[in-house]
Design a protein around this ligand. Structure first.
Ligand SMILES: Nc1nc2c(c(=O)[nH]1)N[C@H]1C(S)=C(S)[C@@H](COP(=O)(O)O)O[C@H]1N2
Ligand SMILES: [Mo]
Length: 334
């Protein structure tokens, strides 16, 4: 059963629409009642080989179809799927925005092993199928704001990181969570060549404070647009932290470790004065090389698209997350 929670922080389907969804909804509306849910999505190119996932995807699309009318009064526009899956940062597959989609196509995600370890009473490991079966999946429509001052609106499919952590029963020494991407230079050309990988030290690592990790907004994503994740977006499982700059949302994760000390993070290690550990979206604190006051929203584009928008504190999620930082100087802890 796909559980779709309606919380204030989520962009509801009523608040978003775009051309592609418009057409998808139209198509689904036509087909509703005529096709079984499974068969509808089975035709989709990226449909999961797992039936339960496919039928969940179908539910998502059916709900979108049912909400089609309200969606016409939208305020946010979903970034088209074609752009979400072709304009990427995934340096393991090259540093240009078009490199990941080109270089990640033969990336093997099954079998996969994700281990949950460290300061926990019940460490465990999830295999590929477990990623989709162990926790209740839901669709979450979030803004994604890259530190390079572009942004998207993405319909993710996933589960709360809090659920995954609770299952491991963390102990009282668990103060931070450390994440690690797969290290496999044979499959990831950027890990083999400094030139292709942009001089980053691999594996890519990230971290959150435990309260940030347990915040209900923090998502482990296994899909987008109702399908399993494309390799270039971090298949089979990646983090999504919508109130932080995109680099915190680490892809293709193999290890989640509960730790006592603040863990090292990839971009902070590379350029400490440019990228902090916290990396909360903040229009008042500029990056040394570019302003963070506004952003380019990636939409359908077009000649009259007004896609330069103001950046909001915490990427617009302040109501849900600002209290975690109430005693902190966010200029110091950038
Ligand atoms: N392992 C890994 N994770 C990563 C990155 C990366 O290079 N390697 N890039 C980050 C950056 S800078 C951004 S903006 C987002 C982009 O996610 P998307 O390509 O799905 O939009 O992924 C983040 N996660
Ligand atoms: Mo980014």
């Amino acid at each position: 059963m796909l559980i779709k929670t309606k919380k204030s922080y989520q962009l509801s389907e009523q608040q978003v629409t775009d051309e592609a969804i418009y057409h998808a909804r139209r198509k689904v509306l036509k087909q509703l009642g005529f096709l079984g849910a499974g068969s509808l999505l089975a035709q989709s190119a990226n449909a999961s080989p797992l039936d339960f996932f496919s039928s969940k995807s179908a539910e998502v699309f059916q709900r979108q179809a049912l909400n089609f009318k309200q969606a016409e009064k939208s305020t946010e526009i979903l970034t088209p799927e074609a752009k979400v899956t072709s304009h990427n940062n995934f340096y393991e597959f090259g540093t240009a925005k078009g490199d990941p989609v080109e270089n990640a196509q033969s990336f093997k995600v099954n079998p996969w092993q994700l281990s949950i370890s460290g300061e926990v009473d019940k460490p465990y490991t999830l295999g590929y199928d477990d990623l989709f079966k162990s926790f209740s999946l839901e669709e979450r429509i979030y803004r994604l704001r890259c530190v390079e001052a572009w942004s998207m609106v993405v319909p993710w499919v996933g589960f709360s990181l809090a659920d995954l952590i609770k299952k491991a029963a963390p102990n009282s020494r668990a103060k931070y969570v450390a994440f690690e991407t797969l290290y496999d230079p044979e499959q990831m050309p950027g890990q083999k060549s400094r030139r292709i990988g942009g001089g980053v030290q691999y594996p890519y690592v990230e971290g959150l404070r435990i309260d940030e990790a347990m915040n209900p907004l923090t998502l482990m994503s296994v899909g987008l647009y109702g399908k399993t994740l494309p390799a270039q977006n971090g298949a089979p499982i990646r983090l999504v932290v919508p109130w932080k700059y995109g680099f915190k949302s680490i892809k293709s994760i193999v290890s989640i470790k509960l730790v006592e000390q603040q863990p090292p993070t990839t971009w902070n290690r590379l350029a400490d004065h440019e990228y902090g550990f916290y990396a909360n979206v903040n229009p008042d604190v500029d990056h040394p090389r570019w302003s963070q006051a506004s952003e380019r929203r990636i939409t359908t584009g077009g000649l009259f698209a007004r896609n330069r928008i103001e950046t909001l504190p915490f990427n617009g999620y302040g109501e849900e997350v600002a209290q975690m930082y109430k005693n902190m100087d966010l200029r110091k802890y950038y």
